[in-house]
Design a protein around this ligand. Structure first.
Ligand SMILES: N[C@@H](CCC(=O)N[C@@H](CS)C(=O)NCC(=O)O)C(=O)O
Length: 305
């Protein structure tokens, strides 16, 4: 639908000059006919200021059309910047007419004890779960942030079709994308992942993060594990695309465990997993940028249907 002064066009301009809850525009740059923007906003859920990227395709900028929206969740150590700078995604978002939103990977600047002590826990490593353990539980609610607060903000502020929503991500963010889709049947019409942590309750990164954020009771971890959720999933059929480099060091170190997710999906009629092993590729954004076009084709198949 084309946006008019009465509906989305108002929403769109409110983001630059409007009410205090509206996101603040920090930068905008023309890219592949559209605009790559960065915003910040005060997150109530996380209790801090958060930055996120929004790519507006030409269809939204020039033709004032409401577009599907695709969320990208990044991996350990990333901010919102890595995906924007390194993946080369903008040309494909422009081609398919998709708004792309990418948040940061954790709350920032809270001065919690231990927050900045390691690269795989705390800052830059929110794991897209809702923490239940002190001192993290007040702020580390990245699941609620990416599935609710950010979505409401985006739906209210940008020209997006609220019922055309996809999600994808990399590594920790690939896992985040999988659990968001598996825990909310029908809400995300498309899902994919690059080298996702597939079974965190069985790998060192996941055990460390889940112990810290969710506590010692391993039963509580299962609600946040993609392989466990894939075993139980009974919702709208989902076709999940996963790319995995064969020379990924984290695959060799058994941090990712895609075979466990593949086995779970193979037993579940509601899930179809398209798994592409990419010979010689590692875990980096060079791998992501090589295959990002195929991920956009996958999402467009559902979001532009
Ligand atoms: N710091 C870690 C690597 C962390 C890492 O590879 N992070 C990935 C996601 S899991 C990433 O996207 N890093 C940022 C980048 O490559 O731009 C190490 O030294 O082993």
């Amino acid at each position: 639908m084309r946006f008019t002064t009465n509906n989305i066009y108002n929403r769109f301009y409110r983001t630059q000059e409007g009410p205090s809850m509206a996101p603040k525009l920090l930068s905008t740059v023309k890219c592949f006919g559209g605009e790559q923007r960065i915003y910040s906003h005060p997150s109530e859920v996380l209790g801090c200021e958060m930055k996120f990227g929004v790519y507006m395709p030409p269809l939204a900028v020039d033709e004032h059309m409401e577009c599907p929206v695709l969320y990208f969740l990044s991996g350990l150590t990333c901010t919102h910047e890595n995906f924007i700078q390194k993946s080369g995604f903008q040309q494909y978002a422009a081609k398919h007419g998709i708004v792309v939103v990418n948040p940061d990977t954790s709350p920032r600047g809270l001065n919690l004890p231990g927050e900045d002590d390691s690269w795989d826990f705390g800052s830059g490593a929110g794991f897209y779960v809702d923490s239940t353990e002190t001192p993290w539980s007040k702020n580390y609610k990245m699941y609620t942030y990416v599935t609710s607060e950010l979505v409401e903000l985006v739906n209210a502020s940008f020209p997006v079709l609220p019922n055309k929503r996809g999600i994808f991500g990399h590594s920790m963010g690939g896992h985040g994308a999988l659990i968001c889709a598996l825990k909310n049947p029908g809400v995300y019409q498309s899902v994919s992942a690059f080298a996702p942590i597939s079974n965190p309750i069985e790998c060192p990164w996941g055990k460390k993060a889940f112990t810290g954020y969710l506590g010692a009771n391993e039963d509580s971890w299962k609600d946040w594990d993609a392989t466990v959720l894939a075993t139980k999933y009974a919702g709208t059929p989902l076709e999940i695309l996963i790319d995995q480099g064969s020379d990924d060091n984290f695959l060799k170190e058994k941090q990712l465990l895609p075979e466990n997710l593949l086995n779970a999906a193979a037993e579940n009629d509601h899930l179809q997993l398209i798994y592409k092993k990419r010979e010689g590729y590692d875990h980096s954004y060079f791998f992501i940028s090589t295959f990002i076009a195929e991920h956009f084709d996958h999402h467009a198949k559902f979001l532009n249907a």
